[in-house]
Design a protein around this ligand. Structure first.
Ligand code: ADP
Ligand code: GLC
Length: 469
């Protein structure tokens, strides 16, 4: 099949979270399965300079945006067999320090979506599927009009909707009639995510449980009615892991290699992590890890309370954290670390290498997310032998098997109520497991051998695509 993906972030070119990992890996897996894949993404600051093989594609786009007509140059990178990445170069809009959170985000992503829809024209590409991701590419769906392609839209997180004041609607160039509660209008504003949901032939999200959750008021973020209207054309497909990037046997970020058959290197990684992050080196104390965007979603406040509750005995446990975002949460976590330097270490910032080392050096990986469409870190932690402790929601519930299911199958620890108390109890269960090395070894081994590669996910998307073309 000829497939085009549109995403506002793609690893390794740009990344703020799992969207970048997921779109990059899905495209690679589809290309490896024999499909012809084009990935379209903005050319942010610094990307071109890092890529030796990037070159002009020969395509220049002229795109109206309100009264203005903006030009975009399209750069091409043949990333690997069957996979081409096209970068939209519009310096005024994309040559910025950060990816989002700017005053003109509406203009930036209307423009991006218009460029994508232009590229789907037969003079540029011959396509069967156009697959757009999240609100930043949501408008691609209505902009395609009645083009003869299968339109697929994936929601990676319904909490981010791209809602803007009504006046921005004119910039889209879409028929005025689309500014209606059945289409792009939402409480008087224009909602890009809603546009994607309504106009796609098929809507997917990144885990089966989150697909069910989206129908509810608790998780639908106001769009539950729109999701309900999609009925069974909303499918949940669990993300996978790119094991060429996230592995413990051939990984430049780790100090020692290890795998399920030979675990010796795991403790060397624990030592390296303790040294790097400033915790006392000790192989026998259980070490919990966490890597997060600091937002309400990730339950960092709950984590802080649960850790605080259990602090005191230095031999009981250590915690290594990495993250950034909400200033209040950053300060609260840093203050906890300052008050308990022998047990809690926190690095505020973004650090790709340290993210791998926390996964490899921890004994347990804690993920108390209030909601989690899929979650990738718990999947990485399974392969890295860091037993996940997760709130039973979304993809966390779909990908971890609780200790209560018995040691033959268990891969982690789940808790049902998203509170500091319930997380505290789950941490207690983890400490009890740690005290029984044989049992811990079995649970860890089950997780390390679990296969979350993109192969199944790609096959599932193939079946779904076939239904709509
Ligand atoms: P989300 O996309 O909601 O942030 P995921 O679990 O799907 O959550 O993916 C998060 C991705 O971002 C993972 O690859 C994780 O390692 C990475 N990440 C998040 N915060 C940081 C950070 N501060 N430094 C390095 N990597 C980070
Ligand atoms: C979003 C979600 C996360 C998911 C990621 C990739 O950022 O918050 O749960 O894993 O997208 O699909």
């Amino acid at each position: 099949m000829n497939i085009l993906h549109a995403s506002s972030e793609v690893f390794p070119y740009s990344k703020t979270g799992g969207l970048a990992d997921a779109t990059a890996a899905l495209a690679r897996a589809q290309a490896a399965a024999g499909h012809t894949v084009t990935l379209v993404t903005p050319l942010y600051r610094g990307i071109r300079e890092k890529l030796d093989d990037i070159g002009p594609s020969g395509i220049e786009l002229q795109v109206p945006l309100g009264q203005a007509k903006l030009q975009a140059k399209v750069w091409r990178l043949e990333q690997e067999p069957n996979l081409t990445v096209l970068f939209i170069d519009q310096p005024e809009l994309f040559d910025r320090e950060s990816l989002y959170g700017q005053d003109d985000d509406a203009e930036r992503f209307i423009f991006f979506s218009k460029c994508v829809s232009r590229l789907t024209k037969p003079e540029h590409l011959d396509l069967e599927i156009v697959h757009a991701h999240d609100w930043q590419s949501g408008l691609v769906m209505p902009l395609l009009g009645c083009e003869r392609v299968g339109k697929v839209f994936t929601i990676h997180n319904a909490a981010y909707q791209g809602r803007f004041t009504a006046d921005k609607f004119d910039l889209t160039g879409l028929p005025k009639a689309y500014f209606d509660w059945r289409q792009l209008e939402f409480h008087g504003e224009v909602n890009f995510l809603k546009g994607g949901i309504v106009f796609a032939d098929l809507v997917t999200t990144v885990s089966p449980r989150y697909a069910r959750e989206l129908f509810t008021q608790q998780y639908g973020c106001g769009l539950e009615g729109v999701f309900q209207a999609r009925g069974d054309t909303l499918a949940g497909v669990l993300n996978g892991v790119d094991y060429t990037e996230w592995n413990t046997t051939n990984n430049p970020h780790l100090s020692a290699a290890y795998c399920a058959d030979s675990l010796d290197g795991k403790s060397a990684n624990k030592q390296t992590l303790q040294q790097e992050i400033g915790l006392p080196a000790c192989d026998t104390v259980p070490l919990f890890g966490n890597i997060s965007r600091f937002t309400e979603q990730k339950g960092i406040d709950i984590l802080i309370d649960a850790l605080e509750e259990r602090l005191g005995d230095e031999a009981a446990f250590q915690f290594a954290g990495l993250g950034m975002g909400d200033r209040f949460l950053e300060r609260a976590m840093s203050s906890l670390a300052k008050r308990h330097p022998k047990q809690i270490a926190m690095k505020i910032g973004y650090d790709k290498g340290l993210a791998h080392r926390i996964e490899a050096g921890s004994d347990f990986y804690v993920m108390p997310s209030r909601f989690e469409p899929c979650g990738l870190n718990q999947l990485y932690s399974l392969r890295y032998g860091s037993v996940p402790i997760v709130h039973a929601t979304g993809g966390l519930d779909d990908s971890v098997i609780d200790l209560g299911q018995g040691q033959d199958t268990a891969t982690g620890i789940k808790f049902g109520d998203c509170s500091a108390e319930a997380l505290g109890q789950a941490l207690g269960r983890a400490l009890a497991l740690y005290a029984k090395p044989k049992n811990l070894a079995k649970v860890r081994d089950n997780g390390m051998r679990a296969d979350f590669s993109w192969r199944q996910t790609t096959a599932e998307y193939g079946r779904l695509y076939a239904k709509i073309i």
